[in-house]
Write a protein that binds this ligand. Sequence first.
Ligand SMILES: [Fe+2]
Length: 263
Amino acid sequence: MKFDTGFKNEYVAKYVKPSMQYQDVFTEEQLKELAEFMFRKTQTWRTSPTGNLFFRGNFKTLASELVVPIIKDIVKEEIDFDKVTTYSGNFFHTPHQYGIHTDMPEIDNTFEEDDITYRSLLIPLYLEPKHNKSKIVFYDQRVVDSGCTFDNGGWKSTTHYRSFDDYTLIDNVYTMQQGWCDIETINKMTEDEFVKHELFRAPSPIERYNGLTIESSFDWQPGSLYTFDTAAVHSSTIGKPYFKCKGGLRISLITKRDYDNFK
Ligand SMILES: [Fe+2]
């Protein structure tokens, strides 16, 4: 995948849409089946230094047997599964909330040169304790470029992604309201926004969100399906009481570029 001008123009013209939550999509039984798939039918796993466990592989079977048949009609207004050429992503089992990031591939990714990210799916599988209330937060900003993390104010995230302390240095930022724009860190998040979306339970300091504006936040509920732009900036909170672990499935849908219309 190459993040050139044609990619960026096509992405914003065709694939920038609001983030969504669909409730009560998966039954307990279906979630259990997905968790079984995670532990028994994926191909590889790895741990991260911070205690995350990731599983990947066999995603075509996963999607075609356990995901697409269930969600196809529900998301038909926004996703045409006939367009999808590759299913990417991972299962995760984590003791943490996630910091602020996008899910775009790394600069040196192994996707085909004519691939483009179409849409991402997020499916929470389980949560301990079950009565934990935590959120996933989506921001207006899309970074139409390789993946990155927003790490202002210390503790950097432990990914291979580009890490930014100074968000004004991030190129290729797009919002539906402003089009192509810079992140103006001089615009601080208000205390009201911070509290309304429960970011005080993230638990990063408010300064970490300087220059970001919130599009939506949703309760993190097993059974729900979230759909969002792969380039959309997002994060999650650890909630109340702190969760001990949560499991989920992220699938990034990939399609082919339209070189005739976007050079
Ligand atoms: Fe993510």
